[in-house]
Write a protein that binds this ligand. Structure first.
Ligand SMILES: [Zn+2]
Length: 58
């Protein structure tokens, strides 16, 4: 199952999907901006404090 977050990319406002390898993350399909999710629960609840760690280069 793939979950989508439409127009939620902070970079390009593109569509992001939720995935999991070692941990949960959401990634933009358009610019590949990736955000790791501490807890999927945090994502589902959509907390007011959006404290996410973004791993970007450049
Ligand atoms: Zn993007």
């Amino acid at each position: 199952m793939v979950m989508w977050r439409l127009k939620s990319c902070p970079r390009c406002r593109g569509d992001m999907f939720i995935g999991k390898d070692d941990r949960w993350f959401q990634q933009c399909i358009q610019c590949s901006y990736r955000v790791e999710l501490k807890l999927l629960e945090d994502f589902e609840k959509q907390p007011k404090r959006t404290a996410v760690h973004a791993t970007t280069k450049g």
